[in-house]
Design a protein around this ligand. Structure first.
Ligand code: DOR
Ligand code: ZN
Length: 468
């Protein structure tokens, strides 16, 4: 057998176990896993002393492309992903225009494909009665699932998120529960998951007014304007509606401890519910504000240590299945101002892997749990498992090679994103992604891009999974 590539001498890490093996690759696919001494091959990557993971999938990125490319574009986003050891990204639909029907789906695939440095999949936007009748066609066309920005008012013309609405603004409120039931029922029929931004915008907009009128701009006032019960309220409503509608609900960026309790309870009752949290909720708290400032203004907000403790328990006990970066770029100029006026969001696609490896080094999770949180689970939730998310014959030969002896200091100037907004500037992480491969082709070496641009659009290969 003549291989195109052999990854040799590495420690292969799956969600179940870690073992020494070589991996033989042909035509972009894994063909053999075992000892391949003396085998014929065109190329060899020596992974001695390193860990070989199934390529990491960032299930939660915002490219701003098309429509908001002063903040970011797909070229820079996917270059940043590749530099950070991510091999596939799942792109959120809130671009201008959003992905809200079959036509906008196809034009976004066409628009992004020539810019992709890593593989990518797309989500469709849920807009209630505005597009419930168009959801099935998007599912048939190839979205991996759907997203409802439940916590946001939208610009009625562009359908952009409105980060800091004020009384009297001309904004579109989230769809009401009846519209959401219809949309979730339709999505349940497609066999795909629907993910939600879970914050109750009606309560929050009143609490923001109260806090702003106190004239303070400290982080505690910001936290008081988005208390954890406003996450729990929408999570509970979502679980109830999705269960009645027969849809798989995936709750994004859980920041409140109560969110873990609600997901655990629903899963114990056998409901089709999964959860995601982000590195910034697991590794930062309100106490980081003096250092990070408004670069850590993100929705839902980074909360107090007690919430972080509950989130870690949720991850360690399997109540939270996936980690996504919520890469939400803004320009540094846009992030100049006080906590009430700047937009929410920070970059994360180039830092998600080193930050989570540092958590492994700190003993928070094992390498096997990381393989699940950052590769297997996102693949299963979004119907990509078997093509992505696993090291087994016939899967895409996507690998992230990790050196746990390396350290790396995150510097905003090293970020390849158009935005240098990060709450991690200057922090040093233990463990680093040192190489990555997509369909058998090396795309990153020691944080630098190598080879040609080879990213491509991927369609789901199966139904969404909520337990496995
Ligand atoms: O902080 C955030 N920014 N949270 C979100 O849910 C959306 C994101 C964005 O797109 O800017
Ligand atoms: Zn997001």
């Amino acid at each position: 057998m003549q291989y195109d590539l052999i990854i040799k001498n590495g420690e292969v890490v799956t969600s179940q176990n870690t073992f020494s093996a070589d991996i033989g690759v042909s035509n972009g696919k894994i063909v053999d896993i075992g000892m391949l001494d003396g085998a014929q091959t065109r190329e060899v990557y020596d992974a001695k002393g390193k860990y070989v993971f199934p390529g990491f999938i960032d299930e939660h990125v915002h490219s701003r492309d098309p429509g908001l490319t002063h903040k970011e574009d797909f070229t820079h986003l996917t270059q940043s992903a590749a530099a950070g050891g991510v091999t596939t990204v799942i792109e959120m639909p809130n671009t201008v225009p959003p992905v809200s029907d079959e036509a906008s789906f196809y034009s976004k695939v066409e628009h992004l494909s020539p810019k992709a440095f890593v593989d990518f999949a797309l989500l469709g936007m849920v807009l209630g009665d505005l597009n419930t009748k168009k959801l099935q066609a998007m599912a048939d066309a190839g979205v991996v699932g759907f997203k409802l920005f439940w916590g946001y008012y939208l610009n009625p013309k562009t359908l952009e998120l409105v980060y800091n609405p004020s009384k009297g603004d001309d904004v579109l409120p989230p769809p009401d529960d009846g519209q959401i039931f219809d949309a979730f029922h339709t999505i349940g029929q497609t066999g795909k998951a629907v993910c939600i931004h879970a914050e109750n915008s009606a309560v929050i907009s009143r609490m923001v007014e109260i806090e702003k009128n106190k004239g303070k701009t400290d982080y505690l006032s910001f936290l008081s304007s988005r208390p954890s019960f406003t996450e729990a309220l929408t999570i509970q409503t979502g679980i109830t509606i999705a269960n009645a509608a027969g849809a798989h609900l995936h709750i994004l960026h859980i920041a409140a401890g109560e969110g873990v309790d609600l997901v655990a309870e629903a899963r114990n009752k056998g409901m089709k519910v999964t959860g995601e949290t982000c590195p910034h909720y697991l590794t930062l708290t309100d106490q980081d504000y003096p250092r990070a400032g408004v670069n850590m203004k993100i929705y839902p907000p980074i909360r107090e240590a007690s919430h972080q403790d509950r989130l870690w328990q949720g991850v360690q006990q399997g109540h939270i299945q996936a980690i996504g970066s919520d890469h939400a770029p803004h320009t540094e100029e846009e992030k100049v101002g006080d906590i009430w006026n700047v937009p929410a969001g920070a970059t994360g696609v180039q830092t998600i892997v080193p930050v989570m490896l540092d958590s492994v080094a700190k003993g928070k999770i094992t390498l096997n749990q990381l393989a699940s949180l950052l590769s297997e689970a996102p693949a299963r939730i979004w119907g990509l498992y078997g093509k992505k998310g696993v090291i087994q014959p016939n899967a895409d030969a996507d690998f992230t090679i990790v050196d746990m002896n390396a350290t790396m200091t995150i510097r905003k100037d090293d970020l390849l994103s158009k935005s240098q907004v990060t709450p991690y500037d200057g922090l040093t992480m233990k463990g680093a992604p040192v190489a990555s491969f997509i369909r058998g082709r090396q795309v990153m070496s020691d944080g630098k891009l190598v080879g040609e641009r080879i990213g491509e659009f991927v369609k789901p290969v199966g139904k969404s999974e909520y337990k496995w």
